[in-house]
Ligand binder design. Structure first.
Ligand SMILES: [Zn+2]
Length: 306
């Protein structure tokens, strides 16, 4: 086997070194056998996901040594139909509405310049522009980025937070379902901090790591043969809990950090599933301390640049 790894020995959030295993991530990349044999060679490998005793953050014990592993894994050749369906799909609309309402409440109407990092097919940009935001996007994938620009009429910059630069250009930056995918998340927060104008706000939505682990374990008990898979192929590398997310933001100089339960994705089919997810979310947000319980399956954070 060709798969090699580079150990990660310190916590990416607090630099702690007491890390203990909470999960195991396995690799199955056989579908890349023709497109990228070196990537496909990771199939069959596994890596512990370890939790930091000091801050509760969980991360991989090692990363693939293959150069550009994550870019190569996300280099999926999506069809035009799939990209259009992602733009038209309503399943994230409750999340987008929640993000916009949190930002609208924090910023005066004169401050509406917004950058959506990981703009995907542009549905959030379109939603924000309809709500009066001067929204732009940043997207790594050229195909989804081009679609987002054409569909919204907004500038969608091609690249990632490290290649893109904009000094104090935005009143709001959004990272929705993005930060869990990028190793060493504080370097991402450091970059987006500089994109914000003074007094601007960052909005982050990520899965709640401990709550997702509880849910996956429960599912595995109910459905024999189901194996928790959230971290497989290291699709999710960062497993935040409320405390570790706050701590990462504060360490990068953000102020007025607030973390509360995040809105759920709502599947288009299945009224019962939609109702249950919405109810669980509303209950988690209304309950004192709800963000620290397993019913807060997602986290929504806001943080201000001084
Ligand atoms: Zn830590």
């Amino acid at each position: 086997m060709n798969a090699r790894f580079t150990p990660v020995s310190r916590c990416w959030v607090c630099d702690g070194s007491r890390l203990s295993q909470v999960h195991e991530a396995t690799f199955d990349l056989h579908e890349y056998a023709t497109q990228d044999p070196l990537l496909a060679a990771y199939t069959g490998a596994s890596i512990p996901i370890v939790r930091c005793a000091a801050c509760g953050f969980a991360q991989p014990a090692a990363l693939p040594a293959l150069p550009r592993y994550f870019d190569r894994m996300y280099d999926q050749r999506w069809s035009d139909e799939w990209v259009r369906a992602e733009h038209d799909g309503t399943y994230k609309d409750a999340v987008f509405a929640d993000v916009l309402s949190g930002l609208t409440a924090r910023l005066p109407p004169s401050r509406r310049r917004l950058l959506d990092v990981g703009a995907h097919a542009g549905r959030f940009i379109a939603t924000a522009r309809r709500a009066g935001w001067n929204a732009e996007g940043l997207e790594l994938n050229p195909k989804t980025g081009a679609f987002a620009a054409a569909a919204t009429g907004a500038p969608v910059h091609q690249g990632n937070v490290h290649t893109f630069d904009a000094d104090a250009a935005y009143d709001a930056v959004t990272l929705t379902d993005v930060l869990e995918h990028i190793p060493d998340p504080r370097t991402v927060l450091r970059r987006v901090h500089r994109f914000l104008a003074p007094g601007g706000y960052l909005a982050i939505k990520v899965p709640n790591g401990p709550a997702q682990r509880v849910k996956e374990r429960a599912r595995a008990r109910i459905h024999r043969g189901y194996r928790p898979s959230l971290a497989d192929n290291l699709v999710h590398v960062n497993h935040f809990a409320p405390h570790s997310l706050s701590r990462a933001l504060e360490r990068e100089g953000f102020r007025e950090v607030m973390v509360h339960p995040g809105a759920p994705e709502l599947p288009p089919s299945g009224r019962a599933a939609r109702f249950i997810r919405r109810f669980v979310f509303m209950f988690a947000r209304a309950a004192p301390g709800g963000v620290h319980t397993p019913i807060a399956l997602h986290l929504q954070a806001y943080a201000r640049r001084d």
